[in-house]
Design a protein around this ligand. Structure first.
Ligand SMILES: O=c1ccn([C@@H]2O[C@H](COP(=O)(O)O)[C@@H](O)[C@H]2O)c(=O)[nH]1
Length: 237
């Protein structure tokens, strides 16, 4: 799927979620399943989304020792999701183990899920990076360095803010996938997100895909909001 708007299905109440999914039943879109939903529903939510014709990004952000991540990815690979992720902070060996696990666990003839690495969460700003995480470099430099490590480890792309996409492309090439959450229209509440941009700006900066959660799922008319944000993302205006 070319340059998707990925809807983050961070909705744990079944009735609310079913209503939301009902509104997308005539579309084949990209849905993101995160920790909240996966820990509640398990593999059956993936099966349901795929049965409904959607592409699936399983956003569990694995981060552990290489052996554990490799084995977990082997199990998750059987779900045949399109996109899955780890934290780049786990290091090169962990990312390589994740890739090997995905390859080993996928059903024969199925494509390997694309593997991307979270560089720095979009809820992190420079102050937090410096004062809490004790990383003294510029955030854009940290993001692009982690992206380069992900690329060296054989991954398909990264998660970052759209703000860092031009630098990531410079370092890792234009084909390296850049999936960017922290998307807000000017009127939207920021919530816990720090490095945010509008769908239009994300397009201008060259993101491969944008992730939108609460702006859509918590709006009065989620489907209409999805269509408006998708139009802005696709047309850049
Ligand atoms: O750096 C990251 C990595 C992942 N996310 C996830 O994206 C969505 C964003 O939701 P909003 O409601 O649009 O803020 C959410 O599921 C996060 O877990 C991220 O925001 N930043």
């Amino acid at each position: 799927m070319q340059r998707p708007l990925i809807v983050a299905l961070d909705v744990h109440q079944k009735e609310v979620r079913d209503r939301l999914l009902e509104t997308f039943k005539h579309d084949s879109i990209y849905m993101k399943v995160g920790m909240e939903l996966y820990y509640q529903e398990g593999p059956r939510i993936i099966e349901q989304l795929k049965k409904d014709g959607h592409h699936v990004f399983l956003d569990l952000k694995l981060h552990d020792i290489p052996n554990t991540v490799g084995r977990a990815m082997k199990v998750l690979s059987s779900l045949e999701v399109d996109l899955i992720n780890v934290h780049a902070a786990g290091g090169r060996k962990m990312m390589e183990a994740a890739l090997e696990g995905l390859e080993a666990g996928k059903p024969a003839n199925a494509p390997r899920p694309k593997l991307i690495a979270v560089t720095q969460l979009t809820s992190t700003d420079q102050e937090m990076l410096t004062d809490e995480l004790l990383i003294k470099e510029e955030i854009a430099h940290v993001v692009s360095t982690y992206a380069a490590l992900a690329k060296k480890s054989g991954l398909d792309g990264v998660v970052s803010s759209a703000l860092e996409v031009p630098l990531i492309h410079e370092v890792c090439g234009e084909d390296f996938l850049t999936v960017t959450p922290g998307i807000r229209r000017l009127s939207d509440a920021k919530g816990d997100q720090k490095r945010i941009v509008t769908p239009m700006k994300a397009k201008e900066l060259g993101s491969w895909g944008i992730v939108v959660g609460r702006s859509i799922t918590e709006s009065i008319d989620p489907y209409q909001t999805y269509l408006e944000m998708k139009k802005e993302w696709e047309e850049g205006k």
